[in-house]
Design a protein around this ligand. Structure first.
Ligand SMILES: *Cc1c(COP(=O)(O)O)cnc(C)c1O
Length: 399
């Protein structure tokens, strides 16, 4: 590179990644092929619009790349193109979720999402996100004692509040979500069911976690977490779902979402990113990826069991995914999540501090840390490595 300053920083970051262990549940390590596509000359091309309907000329290959990305996304999640459409243009997870709101939920309407401190994402209607400023969040959480989702409670809230849309799928919830129950609750209230599978999409792809597609109207996902692609997002919409427009026409969710993404919220899509997503989707459609997904969960189970043996409190008592929430504060006996994450970073283990359900401290200095096994599994870690890792974590925290 001619730019020595940036070259030095890229090298330094590469070394940092090599030398540390990332247990950040939303991170992963992409393949060299994904990086090649990301760094390709598709970045030079403006392609506002959709395949076959672009504003600028010169779209022969961008159209092919976007069509291929869509085909691969549908195939990976076993969806028929007759029944499902997918938009591959959202720039990342938050804009993808915003596009769904813009497409389907009138301003000011009620959206039911898990509150942030129980594991929901900011874009599920939290008040610091525009989704909480322009729409009205009806929060739900986990049961105080079991720390898992209480479907009867959600059912009760939905019946009282009659939200326009219900969101399932979270940022810091380790357990399996019962999508069928969410479908029943949505049906009882004539609400749209959106599943945000950002965290566990790779586990669904690898058949190691239940697929939400049988039950959801809309599925959004980031592509850079367990799915192991570049930073981007996808929005899937069931083709038979429609909404009545102001003019009285029936318009499909899929068309409304396409319009919300472009021209509603974005200009030109990032075609280099879409090419890289296509590469990642193909990689995820292999027996090796299935093995990876299974190993991610085995590793999470081992890490959880070992940490429990060493005396650490695991929220909800365990995990069914890549994600583990540890209560490091333990009602004052232990340390805050900020202190815990600082101690771990000193030992080369990178995690994030995290709120726990019914948080008693502040989001900037909460009671827990969140761990995830996807990244280390990509790097080849197995159960025995998790036993060692648990020991290292325990030692670092007790220093
Ligand atoms: C990560 C995440 C997002 C947001 O993705 P960004 O790419 O960071 O904008 C949205 N929803 C959930 C559930 C997530 O975990």
């Amino acid at each position: 590179m001619k730019d020595k300053q940036i070259e030095k920083l890229i090298k330094a970051e590469e070394e940092r990644q090599e030398k540390t262990i990332s247990l950040i549940a939303s991170e992963n390590y992409v393949s060299d092929d994904v990086l090649t596509a990301l760094g390709s000359k598709f970045t030079n091309k403006y392609s506002e619009g959709y395949p076959g309907k672009r504003y600028y000329k010169g779209q022969t290959f961008t159209d092919e790349v976007e069509n291929l990305c869509q085909e691969r996304a549908l195939k990976l999640f076993k969806l028929s193109p007759e029944k499902w459409s997918v938009n591959v243009q959202p720039l990342s997870g938050s804009p993808a979720n915003l596009a769904v709101y813009v497409a389907l939920v009138p301003l000011g309407e009620k959206v039911m999402g898990m509150s942030l401190d129980h594991g929901g994402h900011l874009t599920h209607g939290h008040k610091v996100s525009v989704t909480g400023k322009f729409w009205h969040q009806i929060p739900y959480g986990v049961n105080k004692d079991t720390e898992v989702i209480d479907y009867d409670e959600i059912k009760k809230i939905a019946l009282e509040e009659k939200p326009k849309m219900i969101i399932a799928g979270y940022t810091a919830y380790p357990r399996i979500v019962d999508f069928k129950k969410f479908r029943e609750i949505a049906d009882d209230n004539n609400a749209i069911l959106m599943v945000d599978m950002s965290h566990f999409a790779g586990l669904v792809a690898g058949e190691a976690y239940p697929s939400p597609f049988e039950y959801a109207d809309i599925v959004t996902t980031t592509t850079h977490k367990t799915l192991r692609g570049p930073r981007s997002a996808l929005i899937f919409a069931r083709k038979d779902k429609t909404q009545t427009s102001a003019k009285g026409n029936e318009v499909s969710f899929a068309d409304l979402i396409d319009k919300a993404v472009f021209p509603g919220l974005q200009g030109g899509p990032h075609m280099n990113q879409i090419a890289a997503v296509a590469v990642a989707l193909k990689e995820a459609d292999t027996p090796e990826f299935k093995k990876y997904a299974e190993q991610v969960i085995k590793n999470a189970h081992t890490l959880t069991d070992e940490l429990k043996k060493l005396g650490w409190k695991i929220i909800s008592g365990g995990t069914d995914s890549h994600l583990i929430l540890v209560d490091t504060f333990m009602g004052g006996e232990g340390m805050s999540g900020a202190e815990a994450s600082d101690k771990l970073e000193k030992e080369g283990i990178i995690v994030n501090k995290n709120t726990i359900p019914n948080e008693t401290r502040s989001p900037m200095d909460p009671s827990g840390i969140r761990l995830g096994t996807a990244g280390e599994t990509t790097r080849g870690a197995k159960e025995k490595d998790m036993v060692n890792l648990a020991k290292r974590i325990d030692e670092a925290l007790r220093k």
